[in-house]
Design a protein around this ligand. Structure first.
Ligand SMILES: Cc1cc2nc3c(=O)[nH]c(=O)nc-3n(C[C@H](O)[C@H](O)[C@H](O)COP(=O)(O)O)c2cc1C
Length: 316
């Protein structure tokens, strides 16, 4: 069984992925947040910085992702990326944000199977890399996904990751497991399940219902509980050790952003984003998150952290 870390733009950057692998592990591949392809004649290396092998300790396990609707642009980026040593390039047709979908990108492409066809015709015309797809069930309607799958089935893709929601749902509401089942059954490629695996029990429910599915992508669930991938793989991390591991992970992330960001406000804002996920298993009553939100100076923040990690807190 394979576990993949989902890409979360702004969160799962190279440094985060490296620190995650160092402290928690149990992830077979890390998908990088999307790089938007553009009509530049030359591929922009600034955009590619996050995936440069020298910044990625686990570069052999990193899968770069491209967002776009132009097959030639995709191919240009994919060739530059494959020159760095990457063999799999993931195409994002799942992003739900209106500023993306309104331009017929991300899940905004799902109502247009013909565009997907002509995109893949070009994108899959070079065998220096393998294309995988990350999609949703549709933009507004799950019927859209079936038409898209007919097209995907005609190309030699390396796999299809399905987030079991429509684009219109954004990240809200329930995952639609029945529609996922139908779409996955129609797919001729290897399918990876994605969506709302927050606990071991969530994983088990999906795994039990779809015994033929062998790969799972974890996003917010792994960011909230970085011990979840290990639990799914059957490794037990003693509860007493968890806080100290989280503390070391936190310190690595904090020191990285302290070096990188200018000003305390940016630093505190970034750490709030980190805690938006991480507080869930540490903060039963929500008081910790309130205190973190009140920190505007790194000295206040660090004092708060010394209480959090020094007070015998438990990871639940
Ligand atoms: C803040 C945020 C940023 C995201 N950025 C990306 C991205 O760059 N590329 C992508 O394919 N999916 C992106 N996603 C979607 C996740 O990869 C994943 O498909 C989604 O969160 C569902 O999985 P989960 O329920 O395990 O989190 C993002 C999600 C969130 C919440």
């Amino acid at each position: 069984m394979k576990l993949y870390l989902a890409p979360l733009q702004g969160m799962t950057t190279a440094f985060y992925r490296n620190a995650f692998a160092k402290h928690f592990g149990s992830i077979d591949a890390y998908y990088a947040p999307f790089i938007a392809s553009s009509d530049l004649t030359k591929v922009s290396y600034k955009l590619l910085k996050d995936i440069l092998p020298e910044y990625n300790d686990n570069f052999l396990r990193l899968i770069p992702q491209i967002l776009g609707n132009d097959g030639d642009q995709f191919k240009g980026y994919a060739l530059a990326i494959s020159d760095m040593g990457y063999r799999e390039i993931n195409w994002n047709i799942g992003c739900p944000f209106p500023m993306v979908t309104n331009k017929k990108r991300g899940s905004g492409l799902l109502p247009y199977p013909d565009m997907i066809d002509s995109f893949l015709h070009t994108a899959c015309s070079d065998n220096s890399y393998s294309v995988t797809v990350k999609m949703r069930l549709g933009l507004c309607d799950t019927e859209e996904g079936f038409k898209v799958m007919n097209v995907l089935n005609q190309y030699p893709l390396g796999g299809v990751i399905i987030h079991a929601r429509t684009g219109k749902q954004m990240y809200e509401g329930k995952v639609d497991i029945d529609s996922f089942e139908l779409l996955a059954a129609q797919c001729r490629h290897e399918v990876t399940y994605n969506g709302d695996i927050f606990t071991y029990e969530d994983f088990l429910a999906i795994h039990t219902r779809f015994p033929a599915i062998n790969s799972f992508m974890l996003g917010r669930g792994a960011l909230r509980d970085p011990f979840l991938p290990a639990a799914i793989k059957g490794y037990k991390v003693p509860s007493d050790n968890k806080i100290s591991i989280v503390s070391q992970f936190h310190d690595d992330i904090f020191h990285y952003y302290k070096e990188k960001l200018s000003g305390d406000k940016h630093l505190c804002d970034k750490m709030k984003e980190f805690w938006d996920y991480m507080h869930v298993h540490l903060d039963n009553d929500g008081k910790l998150m309130k205190k973190i939100k009140k920190c505007h100076h790194s000295s206040d923040y660090l004092e708060l952290m010394s209480h959090v990690f020094g007070s015998g807190a438990t990871w639940t």
